[in-house]
Write a protein that binds this ligand. Sequence first.
Ligand code: ATP
Ligand code: ZN
Length: 283
Amino acid sequence: MKTLKIAIQKSGRLNEKSVELLKNCGLNFENYKSSLISPVSNFPLEILFLRDDDIPEYVQDGIADLGIVGENVIQETEVEVSYLQRLGFGRCSLKIAVPNTENYKDLSELHGKSIATTYPVILGKFLKSKGIQSEIRTISGSVEISPGLGLSDAICDLVSTGGTLKSNGLKPFADVMSSEAVLIGSKGSENDDLIKELIQRIQSVLRAKETKYVVLNAPKAALEAITALLPGVKSPSVVPLAEEGWVAVHTVIPERDFWDRISQLKQAGAQGIVVMPIEKIIL
Ligand code: ATP
Ligand code: ZN
């Protein structure tokens, strides 16, 4: 039987979440920081630990069948790979930022200005699409200090909270792209049965993350109002309680409007609400 290879970041912002996702898929492997390859003992898969910048090309060239990497890196390296699944972590935006002291109103004011970045390809395409000609200064890191050093008028860099910009006297000016970690595969890999199996496992973990399992008690009279608030995977399960006229309702609710939903349920008469995390949802 063939063994698949998946490339993930060796260390950095995506490493921990990538390892956690694979472990939650039931894959059993050692996460030694020193090793480049870790075999999975219960699935025909090997994990390659690489620098994130190398992952798209490894996948394009078929050295790895799959990879987990930020969309920003994929677009910058301009590789031919298949996007298999968005993963919901490593969220950030690539933004153009300018010194706080500047008062630019319109993007066109960057015409003729210099912009320092580690993302010359993405920035170049963005500026071209807006018809702006700026001087792109490609540097390999610490982009945020370049305006302070007089190396550029602006920067284009990844931002999540904006804290780094602030502490360097910069403010966001324009959004270039938003990014999250994605699962990529070599072209055509989406037709492989083993890869399909792995994607299904990943999707069941992601689905479970987005929802909570909720059990609540309610008087029968409130049941209609309560079930109207609950979409569930199908419909909620309703179980009679020992106390006459009362039921327990079991359901799953989406994480995103969780608190609103809970207060609506309480208003509708729900009591003793117990909320539990879900490990996997297999449809
Ligand atoms: P490597 O050593 O693997 O080359 P790196 O220093 O290039 O690592 P990290 O800083 O670990 O990369 O970031 C990896 C990815 O995490 C980024 O490419 C991006 O997709 C994502 N990310 C999420 N938030 C941020 C952020 N605030 N700044 C930078 N990257 C972020
Ligand atoms: Zn990198």
